[in-house]
Design a protein around this ligand. Structure first.
Ligand code: GDP
Length: 314
């Protein structure tokens, strides 16, 4: 690992926001040495509480994130926010809106906000968000909020990075509950009916509860449904208390995520590394010759090589 990385990690340990920023950028760009940097950081992670915030555009996620952050700050907690932008860093629109709404937070030193574009990201949001989350965690952030814009696969992926996922719904969006996309209900650890200052919030909360009654297994805990008005700053204190409840022991879930992460990392790396190491490999060359002479075939060779690899893991 070169000096630069070491200096950045030292800066991270000493709480320097610039080092934090640069480290995130370099890891995101997969600059040489990023894996070792993450390895060095890893032991200092596992302390932060990580929440995913999702829901359709306009539900008030940014406003809610801002208000929630202000309440958490008052409780003396430091906060990292990852705002996931649907497209490119240059798309303006959504991001600019977020920026404006979160402006109050940009000046607070205890808050670190990072925007993250999803377009063109290899391996999707999940890897990148996980790394950024870990760096923020190692930096000492108490709470990390990952806000998605509510498009496609992203909100499903935040499950793998977050301790718990909050789905934000609002009254008066189409057919109420129907407006909540399929797939989203399943990932919610709890629901927030925002814009409760509008008509229909109680009905929507009742609808969600009714639907949860139907879908929750007999032994499973039913996800709670909270109500807020981010605009009128109502229900935010209760939301903050709710997310600060002691973390449920969910060892099975955590280990499953670790397994998935290892598999994901392997899948990303295996073929590239194999290709490199078999490039000028004598055994490979011999096998190629044998196949050319029709003494064996590619299928058997693949099987043979793969079995050797798997034997090594056993
Ligand atoms: P996001 O797209 O989910 O991040 O939603 P925004 O936070 O950008 O909010 C979308 C719009 O809803 C903005 O005009 C907000 O001012 C408004 N909004 C947010 N929260 C509330 C609320 O609790 N009540 C009402 N009436 N409007 C809200």
């Amino acid at each position: 690992m070169n000096d630069n990385w070491e200096a950045l990690i030292e800066g991270l340990k000493n709480g320097r926001p610039r080092a934090l920023s640069r480290l995130i950028t370099r890891v995101e760009n997969r600059e040489p040495g990023w894996e070792e940097a993450m390895r060095t950081i890893y032991p200092a992670t596992g302390r932060a509480r990580i929440f995913g915030i999702t829901g359709s555009p306009g539900a008030g996620k940014s406003t809610l994130t801002k208000e929630l952050s202000l309440v958490l700050l008052e409780k003396g907690l430091s906060i990292g926010i990852i705002a996931v932008d649907p497209s490119s860093p240059f798309s303006g629109g959504a991001l600019l809106g977020d920026r404006l709404r979160m402006q109050a937070l940009y000046e607070v030193p205890q808050v670190f906000i990072r925007s993250m574009a999803t377009r063109g990201r290899m391996g999707g949001l999940c890897h990148a968000a996980r790394d950024v989350t870990r760096i923020l965690d190692a930096f000492g952030k108490d709470i990390i909020l990952i806000e998605t814009v509510g498009v496609g696969q992203d909100e499903i992926e935040i499950v793998r990075v977050s301790d718990s996922v909050m789905v934000v719904c609002v009254p008066g969006q189409g057919d109420g509950i129907q407006a909540i996309k399929a797939g989203i209900m399943e990932i919610a650890d709890f629901f927030v009916v925002n814009k409760a200052d509008r008509d229909g919030a109680d009905e929507l909360a009742a609808d969600i509860n009714a639907m949860l009654e139907l879908s929750t297994q007999a032994d499973g805990a039913k996800p709670p449904v909270l109500k807020t008005s981010a605009l009128k700053k109502q229900g935010i204190e209760a939301l903050a208390d709710f997310i600060l409840r002691p973390r449920a022991e969910n060892r099975h879930f955590e280990r499953k995520n670790i397994r998935e992460e290892i598999m994901g990392l392997l899948e990303g790396d295996v073929s590239r590394r194999l290709r490199n190491s078999l490039e000028n490999n004598q055994r490979m060359n011999d096998l190629v010759e044998k196949i050319a002479r029709r003494e064996t075939d590619p299928y058997s060779v693949m099987e043979e090589l793969l079995n050797d690899l798997i034997d090594k893991i056993r």
